[in-house]
Design a binder for this molecule. Structure first.
Ligand code: 5GP
Ligand code: ZN
Length: 114
């Protein structure tokens, strides 16, 4: 999608600090980190939200979740624990409508989230 921020990051039209890449997923640091590790993991293809990601039905959701875990391992938070968040819809705080998993870790995370 030509007007999508994250599609532009995939296309390298907007710079990002990429920390992990697979055939179909890309992971880069959030520009406004909320934890020592705050990485966004996206499918390279434009998919609007989590249910569309699952609905793709071709293993794309698996690829994104595996990439999220690979990022956590790489960041050294996989054993201590980390959080994967898909904000879905405006009330949940979704602002970019290209699905993305927030991978958060490196500090003690409170529950419930705000
Ligand atoms: P959402 O609120 O949709 O769940 O998450 C969008 C995230 O994208 C936010 O955490 C925000 O900080 C991040 N973000 C917005 N614009 C950019 C950008 O240009 N580059 C990067 N790396 N992250 C961005
Ligand atoms: Zn997009």
């Amino acid at each position: 999608m030509s007007d999508c921020l994250f599609c532009k990051i995939v296309a390298k039209e907007i710079p990002a600090t990429v920390v992990y890449e697979s055939d179909r997923a890309l992971a880069f640091r959030d520009i406004n980190p909320q934890a020592p590790t705050h990485v966004l993991v996206i499918p390279k293809a434009h998919v609007a939200n989590a249910v569309e990601l699952a609905g793709a039905g071709d293993g794309l959701a698996d690829d994104v979740l595996k990439a999220a875990h690979a990022v956590a391992e790489q960041e050294g938070v996989s054993e201590g624990g980390y959080r994967i968040v898909f904000n879905t819809g405006a009330d949940a705080g979704q602002t970019v409508f290209h699905v993305h998993a927030h991978v958060l870790g490196g500090r003690s995370l409170t529950w419930p989230p705000g």
